[in-house]
Design a protein around this ligand. Structure first.
Ligand SMILES: NC(=O)c1ccc[n+]([C@@H]2O[C@H](COP(=O)([O-])OP(=O)(O)OC[C@H]3O[C@@H](n4cnc5c(N)ncnc54)[C@H](O)[C@@H]3O)[C@@H](O)[C@H]2O)c1
Length: 263
């Protein structure tokens, strides 16, 4: 087991890829704190992990609340004695409002996808600094690069709404890349590492809801490895970044995309 005795906080752990990170981390020996607004679903994941003999605790959490994130980090550190890894995975993706393209909505996307990364990190990092070790894994996206959104838009009806939505999401993930590098600089002296995972398109419920079927076929054909990705496919790279095998890696972007080059 690669994460034996480690303690991990995972935001957005109730469904999709976050749920898979949680299940895999527990299978690798970590105790996992499952943070999500979907608390009933998070509790189901907690039960699933317990049934497999793992350790997990679900927390009703909104990553945009600084106060709540501090409270949870305190509870996790109190319960398990330390915090070794944080996966900043929560984002407005499944929950993206396909109809709303107002600038107010754009601000909401930034609030969850960017400021949520800040609040969770600021809540957890004091424990990592104190113990002089920690691994923060920010979940970016290939949508951080403008070419990707433009190619994707070819397969959707290009409306002002779609374009704006691509801007909001892409901008938020580009900011996650920025934060990864900025935080790596700031926390390196404390042996706290900060890296980003950059998933290609993963066939979660959220993706299936928002991407046209023909685009998914194109993705499969264009992948160098000849397949699309399932949520579980992201977990190996996350385990690696949380484990001591990546002890000398920080400020890196690790792309896991089945070998797709869209630009
Ligand atoms: N699926 C993909 O193809 C893909 C590709 C690149 C990047 N990503 C990123 O990977 C991550 C997971 O993607 P997914 O497909 O599983 O998405 P998802 O929308 O299914 O999961 C996101 C989770 O975050 C939670 N969440 C949303 N807002 C929250 C808040 N304010 N506080 C707490 N929890 C909140 C949701 O309840 C949900 O459980 C996201 O960061 C997404 O942007 C996904």
């Amino acid at each position: 087991m690669k994460l034996q005795d480690k303690v991990a906080v995972i935001t957005g752990a109730a469904q999709g890829i976050g749920r898979e990170y949680a299940l895999r981390f527990a299978q690798e020996g970590a105790a996992v704190a499952l943070l999500d607004r979907r608390i009933d679903q998070a509790r189901e994941v907690e039960k699933e992990i317990a049934a497999q003999g793992g350790q997990a605790a679900a927390f009703d959490a909104d990553v945009t609340s600084e106060k709540r994130m501090e409270q949870i980090a305190g509870e996790v550190a109190g319960k398990y004695g330390r915090i070794d890894a944080l996966i900043n995975n929560a984002a407005l993706y499944y929950d993206i409002d396909l109809a709303d393209s107002t600038i107010e909505y754009g601000r909401k996307v930034m609030d969850v996808n960017v400021f949520g990364v800040l609040t969770a990190t600021w809540a957890v990092v004091p424990y990592m600094i104190k113990q002089r070790s920690g691994s923060i894994i920010n979940i970016a996206s290939n949508a951080a690069w403008p070419g990707i959104a433009a190619r994707g838009a070819k397969f959707t009806t290009i409306t002002e709404t779609n374009v704006r939505r691509a801007y909001y999401y892409g901008l938020s993930k580009a900011a996650v890349v920025h934060l990864t590098q900025a935080m790596a600089i700031d926390y390196g002296a404390y042996n706290v590492r900060v890296n980003a995972l950059v998933p290609g398109v993963v066939l979660t419920e959220a993706t299936l809801k928002s991407l046209p079927e023909e685009f998914i076929g194109v993705l499969r054909n264009q992948a160098l490895l000849g397949r699309t990705m399932e949520p579980r496919d992201m977990t190996g790279a996350a385990v690696f970044l949380a484990s001591d095998d990546s002890a000398l890696m920080t400020s890196q972007l690790l792309v896991v995309d089945a070998g797709r080059k869209l630009w």
